[in-house]
Design a protein around this ligand. Structure first.
Ligand SMILES: Nc1ncnc2c1ncn2[C@@H]1O[C@H](COP(=O)(O)OP(=O)(O)O)[C@@H](O)[C@H]1O
Ligand SMILES: [Mg+2]
Length: 512
């Protein structure tokens, strides 16, 4: 066959080597097919080297121009790792390996069907050398099995988030998204050709946008019961927590305002009069309560989080723009909102199972995920979500340029991984060491281009698929305009007929 890439020269367990035919193109990570009698094997290219049949000393003398040797051969030797075999229409992990001199081919569209890479949430196409083949996507069932998206700044993470969330909106009310936007990019698509979620055809009916600019982001103090304090202050101690509970029992819903007033007027003794506690505990808790920014936490009974919960309940995706806040305030808003929503799912699962079944499968997109899942910091609601919220159909998409700062226990729970270009060695090492099927892909992760990714989505996709992610502006162009199910308007001819009749009727009236 003319498109043959070469033939196998060495095989050892799951590692194959083949000679690359002259004038054929190949790239790191490319998937190739080996035809071996009745069996087909699929393998990933992990290494390449050029060699000649000359001895080193002969090569040196020729390079220095001292002597010429010949005739001799030079060749390119490719290493690849087997990951699948196809026998009698069945696809599974390899049970054996190919033979010497078996032929190697690039994958075709037919192969990409065999590999079953398509999913409900499409992210792009299979890359094979310079070409792109069939569609690649993640299944909705993969959402609660947690997702991680890694890549250095500029590698294309935000673009991929937009693609995934646009399709969550498409699948509403079966799915919904809760998105925390730290850079204020997603609504208008700054740096993405100025195309953001607001350009999405279904934006107005299926998305709600919250930002501080329109004063929509407010969490009333009276909605903050003591058990929510852990999401506000990750370093709160048990005695401080107990004091807060006592104050709440004594003072009721307005406990934060009343305790603050008392402290301002009568100092720590005032608060201690309400409920006995150590001076240090009183001071520490009061410092925390005074640190709440009144623009974000006004003395009211309204909280935007309740609105978010109502919307998500209906399959409406919520985009929360937290750009421009201090990182402390961002942390508070993000943790309070996520825990409010996640606990709604948990509560319905425990108390109203039928209602829970009607809830959309939720994906929480969290940029800067390393700030919330760092093993050297206090645990946040997000590690609980990643570890235990699968059964409630709450999924997390942890997005970060620094995967090595993600708690390894949480990292192991991210069954779907989208890996984009990563240069920092410590992060590459972490990714390749802790992700199955990526052991040999270190060079590849470094060499990925913008918008190129490796996708693993267990249990469905058990190898690293090279993907070219769709560019969001192109994706929008491809979307048909929304069909609002309006009645077809009449043709111009029919309207003309009507006009003629009206005109004639008018004339008749005049002549009468
Ligand atoms: N799949 C893609 N195809 C083409 N261009 C892309 C793709 N993904 C991202 N880009 C471009 O690369 C730049 C950085 O992308 P972005 O998603 O903001 O990266 P990150 O969030 O990782 O910093 C943007 O200008 C964007 O338009
Ligand atoms: Mg980004």
């Amino acid at each position: 066959m003319s498109n043959c890439l070469g033939s196998i020269c060495e095989v050892k367990s799951d590692k194959i080597s083949f000679f690359l035919s002259k004038d054929t193109a190949l790239s790191f990570g490319q998937i190739v097919r080996v035809d071996s009698g009745a069996v087909c094997f699929y393998a990933r290219v992990v290494n390449a080297q050029s060699k000649s049949t000359l001895e080193t000393s002969e090569q040196l003398r020729e390079a220095e121009g001292k002597e010429t040797f010949g005739p001799y051969s030079y060749y390119k030797n490719i290493d690849a790792i087997l990951f699948l075999e196809r026998k009698a229409g069945k696809v599974r992990s390899p049970t054996f390996n190919p033979d010497y001199m078996d032929k190697v081919y690039p994958t075709t569209s037919e192969d990409s069907k065999v590999l079953k890479l398509a999913g409900e949430l499409e992210i792009g196409n299979l890359r094979s050398g310079g070409q792109t083949l069939g569609r690649v996507g993640i299944n909705i069932a993969a959402i609660p099995r947690m997702i991680g998206m890694f890549g250095m700044t500029g590698s294309g993470k935000t673009n991929t988030e937009l693609i995934i969330n646009a399709q969550l909106i498409d699948n509403s009310p079966r799915t919904a998204g809760l998105i925390f936007d730290f850079a204020g990019q997603l609504l208008e698509g700054k740096e993405l050709g100025n195309k953001g979620l607001s350009d999405y055809p279904l934006f107005h009916s299926r998305v709600r946008f919250y930002s501080t600019k329109e004063e929509k982001l407010r969490i009333g103090l009276r909605t903050l019961q003591p058990w929510k304090l852990r999401n506000l202050y990750s370093d709160i101690t048990l005695p401080q927590y107990r004091l807060a509970e006592k104050l709440y029992q004594q003072l009721g819903d307005g406990w934060i305002e009343k305790a603050r007033e008392e402290y301002e007027q009568n100092g720590r003794a005032g608060v201690a009069r309400i409920t006995h506690a150590h001076r240090e505990t009183v001071d520490a808790l009061m410092r925390k309560l005074f640190s709440l920014d009144p623009r974000l936490f006004p003395p009211s009974t309204h909280s935007f989080i309740e609105d978010v919960i109502r919307n998500i309940d209906q399959g409406i995706t919520c985009l929360i723009d937290i750009s421009g806040m201090t990182s402390e305030a961002q942390h508070r808003v993000v943790c309070l909102t996520a825990s409010g929503v996640a606990n709604h799912y948990k509560y319905l699962w425990e108390a109203k199972f039928e209602k829970w079944r009607k809830l959309p499968t939720l994906l929480i997109t969290l940029e800067e995920a390393h700030e919330f899942l760092d093993p050297s910091k206090e645990a946040t609601i997000f590690s609980a979500i990643a570890l235990t919220y699968r059964k409630y159909r709450v999924g997390l998409n942890a997005v970060t340029p620094r995967p090595s700062r993600i708690n390894p226990d949480v990292f192991a729970e991210l069954w779907t991984k989208v890996i984009m270009k990563t240069e920092l060695k410590i992060d590459r090492d972490y990714l390749t060491r802790n992700t199955p099927y990526l052991e040999y892909s270190d060079t590849e992760v470094k060499m990925l281009d913008i918008g190129e990714a490796l996708l693993i989505s267990e249990p469905k996709i058990r190898f690293a698929v090279p993907v070219k992610v769709m560019h969001y502006p192109d994706y929008l162009d491809r979307q048909e305009q929304v069909d609002y199910n309006l009645a077809q308007s009449k043709t111009l001819e029919a309207m003309d007929e009507n006009l003629k009749r009206l005109r004639n009727a008018g004339k008749n009236l005049n002549t009468n």
